[in-house]
Design a protein around this ligand. Structure first.
Ligand code: ATP
Length: 734
């Protein structure tokens, strides 16, 4: 970026637990450490280097992204130092405030967005794209975080061996007086949303994590009131989980313990009657009449679950907005480096709507990868004037993307789902059948088949369909898709929340404030009944929101110079030093690396600018290039002739020389062998020299010893000679 003044992106993908988040942290830590800091007043920073290639080589940062101390203690490979005030040291000294804030945004994001799962004790349950902007002088000029697909359902349920988001446990362990203010009593065991699954994780100390979180808030400049707002939502979610709902004989939901609801209302600033009414007896529109509809126990429980999830997600969104405000600086921004940490391809036994969205995202990212690796690659051949027949590698993923997203007149899975969400009486089954008809049914006469049809199959024994993704066939079961896509919250409830006396809670639901006083007749259409009268942005489906976010992400990525990091999980047991070969191979196949290698072998994957080629390999062709100036291309031609390389193994462009896979490796080996030879000769001469010197020393010593011995002998003989004795007595001083 420093050299070419071009925005860069680093796409880090891989399965859960493969190391994406750790790699992201290393990247950010590195950038924070090497960037020139113009913000910090400390003198050590005035000597920091600017972002140039030399500085990349010159500095190895010794600081690390903050992770909670408890986790850190178990990870000797992390070499960071964090003081209790949250400051960070690099090899150059103290980091500037902005750099520290960029690093400290992480523990906050991890507390609210990470959780322990079976595959990873600190699994990110959301995707993120972190952009770090740089000023023209190479200093960090700000940062921004975009987030994707928070797994909010985890707040309510999860697998028995997993935990909810870390912050719940941290608050209950370390909250102290704050817990009293939030009416929290006791520990994890007292809260229904937490006590049905795992409570503790080896190697994670929630109390220490809480302290790290507090430090991070301090560095980020969160006021006590802002922190209270965030924890209020966390506590409210726990209280919502504890609301008991019973049912009358007539199947109507009732609240046997009003104090539970009062607690929630107190914390969220809501009127108890309004809240209770919205949960138990919301007003719905039946024809033209507004009627009060009693809810069953099950419906009320689901409503509370939906409320907890929405509250948490909205609060997470507002937290990221707040972090972004802290990381934004009005300084001039020249370029950015973006780091994308997003869940990789998922193929489970039962794949649901969430998997479709994740896999769709990955399909798009893979398309981007293919475009970069194969399309742009061939364009470079053309630019360099290399003879090359353009090959269509058959890696166009557009048909699958169209199948899922839809394009132009094509209706994809997601667009059909959106349509079904506004259809009265639509169900998951009607949606699935329409999908089968559209992508697997008979074609009209003269209708050209969409290439995406080859990527689609109905599911045989369940309600669902199969998509042939680039990484493999995935079976999706469509149960509950309509509800998941609508992500509904009854508008009686949203109105109550939007008019909360608490400013923070009201702001989270501000989009709903204009909602007119209506509710639709059925739960399934309650969001769409009067769509036009609603404020924009309030009622977009999950698919719409995700598509918009993804489009914006892809636009940003296409405008950057991308770099790909593929993280591979070595074994499924979180054990060090073990490699499960089939598992690794499977991942390499899924992420397109194997295909990439196959294709790279067909083309000319290695290239070097003429100057570099000459500099590195001239040693193999001594005397071939005459002294003085010679055109780079000509010099390369002479060198490859002298190296006796087969013509099919290389191509010479206008500024670079291209090689088939393996050729450069062989040249490198030849160079190594030659250098080995040269160096062993050099070593031999050096050894001969030092051995001779050593020998000479030994010989000299032998001569010296003999001389000493001779003198000693002479002395002992002389000592007894009377004339000598007389001489010493007369001539030597006493
Ligand atoms: N380079 C590494 N060397 C050793 N261990 C690592 C490395 N990278 C990650 N790990 C270990 O793997 C764990 C999981 O890593 P990480 O959280 O980065 O995975 P992830 O791919 O982001 O997973 P998820 O998608 O679940 O968030 C880490 O907590 C750490 O213990």
């Amino acid at each position: 970026m420093g050299e070419e003044r071009e925005n860069q992106s680093i796409l880090i993908t891989g399965e859960s637990g493969a190391g994406k988040t750790e790699s992201t942290k290393k990247v950010i830590q590195y950038l924070a450490a090497i960037a020139t800091d113009t913000h910090a007043p400390t003198p050590s920073h005035s000597h920091s280097q600017s972002l140039s290639s030399s500085s990349f080589n010159a500095i190895m940062p010794s600081s690390g992204l903050p992770r909670s101390p408890s986790v850190r203690r178990h990870k000797p490979h992390q070499s960071m130092s964090v003081s209790h005030t949250g400051s960070h040291m690099t090899s150059k000294g103290r980091l500037g405030l902005l750099e520290r804030q960029i690093l400290q945004a992480n523990p906050i994001l991890e507390a609210f967005g990470n959780a322990q799962t079976q595959r990873n004790n600190n699994s990110s349950r959301f995707g993120k794209f972190i952009r770090i902007s740089f000023a023209p002088d190479g200093s960090i000029a700000g940062a921004n975080i975009d987030w994707y697909l928070l797994e909010k359902s985890r707040v309510v349920v999860r697998a028995e061996a997993e935990r909810s988001f870390h912050v719940f446990y941290q608050l209950l362990e370390g909250g102290g007086d704050l817990k009293d203010a939030l009416l929290l009593d006791g520990g994890v065991e007292n809260y229904d949303y937490l006590n049905k699954s795992r409570r503790e994780v080896d190697g994670i100390n929630d109390r220490e994590e809480w302290i790290a979180l507090q430090n991070a808030f301090e560095v980020m400049g969160f006021s006590a009131a802002e922190q209270l707002d965030l924890f209020r939502i966390v506590a409210a979610v726990l209280h919502i989980g504890n609301i008991t709902i019973a049912q009358t004989r007539g199947d109507d939901a009732v609240l046997p313990d009003p104090s539970q609801v009062e607690r929630v209302c107190h914390i969220l600033g809501l009127p108890v009657a309004g809240f209770t009414g919205a949960i138990l007896r919301p007003q719905v529109l039946a024809g033209r009449e507004w009627v009060t509809q009693a809810r069953t126990r099950q419906q009320a429980v689901e409503e509370l679950g939906a409320l907890a999830k929405t509250l948490y997600e909205k609060s997470f969104g507002s937290l990221v907005d707040r972090l972004n405000r802290a990381l934004d600086r009005p300084s001039s921004k020249a370029n950015f480096i973006g780091v994308l940490d997003i869940a990789g391809f998922e193929i489970f036994e039962v794949n649901a709507y969430e998997q479709l969205l994740i896999n769709f995202t990955n399909e798009k990212l893979q398309q981007f990868f293919n475009h970069h690796m194969f399309v742009l690659e061939q364009e470079e051949y053309a630019r360099e004037g290399i003879e090359w027949d353009y090959v269509n590698f058959g890696l166009d993923l557009q048909p699958t993307i169209d199948l899922i997203e839809g394009s132009g007149t094509t209706i994809g899975v997601l667009s059909l789902l959106d349509e079904e969400c506004i259809m009265p009486k639509a169900t998951d089954l009607t949606f699935t059948n329409k999908l089968h008809n559209m992508w697997h049914g008979e074609l009209g006469s003269g209708e050209a088949p969409h290439p995406g049809r080859n990527k689609y199959e109905p599911l045989r024994f369940h309600q669902g369909f199969v998509v042939h993704h680039y990484a493999g066939k995935v079976e999706y079961e469509t149960d509950g898709w309509l509800e998941k896509n609508k992500d509904p919250l009854n508008d009686n409830l949203t109105r109550v929340l939007a008019s909360s006396t608490d400013r923070y809670v009201a702001s989270l639901f501000a989009d709903f404030i204009d909602t007119p006083s209506f509710a639709s007749a059925s739960a399934s259409s309650n969001m769409f009944g009067k769509k036009r009268t609603l404020k924009k942005g309030a009622f977009r489906t999950v698919a719409q929101r995700h598509k918009e976010q993804l489009t914006s992400l892809m636009a940003q990525l296409y405008a950057t110079q991308p770099h790909f990091v593929r993280c591979i999980v070595p074994n499924p047991n979180k054990k060090p030093g073990r490699v499960d070969v089939p598992l690794v191979l499977d991942q390499l196949r899924c992420n397109g690396v194997l295909e990439g290698i196959r294709i790279a072998r067909l083309g000319y994957p290695n290239r070097l600018p003429f100057v570099e080629f000459r500099q590195r390999y001239e040693v193999l062709t001594p005397g071939v290039i005459p002294r003085g100036y010679m055109d780079g291309r000509k010099a390369c031609l002479r060198m490859v002739d002298a190296l006796e390389l087969d013509k099919s193994l290389y191509r010479i462009g206008t500024s670079k020389i291209f090689f088939k896979a393996g050729v450069l490796a062989e040249l490198e080996e030849r160079r190594d062998a030659l250098l080995f030879d040269i160096f062993s000769k050099l070593q031999a001469v050096a050894r001969k020299f030092s051995a001779r010197r050593h020998m000479k020393k030994i010989l000299n010593r032998a001569v010296a010893i003999r001389t000493i011995q001779k003198n000693a002998r002479m002395y002992t003989e002389l000592r007894e000679w009377p004339w000598w004795q007389l001489y010493t007595k007369v001539c030597l001083p006493t």
